[in-house]
Design a protein around this ligand. Structure first.
Ligand code: SAM
Length: 329
């Protein structure tokens, strides 16, 4: 991909967000949402801006035409601006899913699911970066996509991100562990929030609630994801490396045994995470159904550093071989 268009578009997002941040006395991310909406609506929607400011941002908007950019170029430049805003106030569980992981999940979805129409759900959609990366990697499919997120600002950014990329995603601003009004889907992708779920009453609706104290949110998210899959549907979830070793893992093993076939566990390179405790794997599950069979063996692999092209190609061909032998595409 040509880097110049991404830089050019980022510059417009960035400079107009900085101007609005100053003028509206808000955070960079709030200002980014405002400017993204302006660009999408082709208007300046904020009242009370000084004439000078309005002129300045209008000039910046006029220097670009969204039609000239691909969806991936738009996503990447918006992502750069979000990353900048996230550095302003860092919240561990709000981190956007990095590009490289989104692309790998996009690749996996394409290989595992070969039908031409797809219902796709992300229960922790955040800024929409993972979900839209996955969508952009299935150009030949007709996709109906859904995203759920508890944080209003992140969801607003996701909504603008999707609009700018012309991705018709349906968004819900709610706690994903409460009742969802979304019919079963073919594919779930999700970079799960890791930690305790504070709502014990809500957790009591789940088989994976803890016997004592707070339940693990990531366990409940896995259960909710599986509940929303069609029989034979796949979930591609980023989970902590120690998922199967925690003190609450016993119930998870039992639940998986009843509901899904584990397809693959791909351990992501440690270099992508702050420390060993924060490191994650991609867990691939298939929901059981009458005609669904277990894979001959589970694909276990360590994903190499994603910038090491030769090792990465080796891992991708290992995945391809496994799919041929186990999924009979
Ligand atoms: N994939 C996202 C992206 O590319 O921006 C990032 C996902 S981030 C690791 C996890 C997200 O889960 C956060 O945005 C967080 O606000 C959200 N989250 C945490 N608890 C939630 C809940 N109970 N319901 C809905 N979303 C929740």
């Amino acid at each position: 991909m040509d880097i110049v268009p991404v830089e050019k578009l980022f510059t417009v997002f960035n400079e107009t967000a900085m101007i609005l941040k100053e003028e509206m006395d808000c955070t960079y991310l709030e200002a980014l949402a405002e400017t993204g909406e302006n660009i999408f609506q082709e208007a300046i929607l904020q009242e009370n801006l000084s004439e000078y400011t309005a002129k300045k941002i209008k000039k910046s908007y006029e220097s670009i035409s969204l039609d000239a950019y691909s969806k991936e170029e738009i996503r990447k430049s918006f992502q750069l601006a979000i990353l900048k805003g996230m550095q302003e106030n860092v919240q561990a569980n709000h981190q956007m899913t990095p590009d490289s992981i989104g692309m790998l999940i996009g690749y996996l979805v394409q290989k595992f699911y070969t039908q031409t129409t797809m219902r796709l759900l992300d229960l922790a959609v955040g800024t929409g970066n993972l979900l839209t990366t996955v969508i952009n990697h299935q150009p030949e499919k007709q996709i109906e996509a859904f995203g759920v997120e508890i944080d209003e600002l992140l969801l607003q950014l996701a909504y603008i991100n999707a609009n700018l990329q012309e991705q018709p995603i349906q968004f819900y601003n709610q706690d994903s562990l409460e009742k969802l009004f979304i019919d079963p889907v073919d594919i779930v992708v999700s970079d799960l929030p890791v930690g305790y779920y504070p709502n014990d009453i809500g957790a009591s609706e789940y088989s994976l609630q803890a016997d004592n104290g707070h339940s693990y949110a990531h366990h409940l998210f896995l259960e909710q994801s599986i509940n929303h899959l069609k029989a034979g549907g796949y979930a591609f979830c980023m989970v902590p490396n120690g998922l199967f070793e925690s003190e609450q893992a016993g119930k998870l093993h039992q639940f998986f045994k009843e509901e899904v076939y584990i397809q693959s566990i791909l351990q992501l390179p440690l270099s992508l995470f702050k420390n060993k405790q924060a490191a994650k794997s991609i867990l691939v599950l298939q929901k059981k159904g009458e005609t669904i069979k277990a894979p001959k063996q589970v694909l276990l692999a360590k994903v190499p550093n994603l910038s090491n092209i030769a090792s990465m190609e080796k891992t991708l061909s290992q995945i391809d071989v496994w799919i041929k032998e186990n999924k009979l595409v």
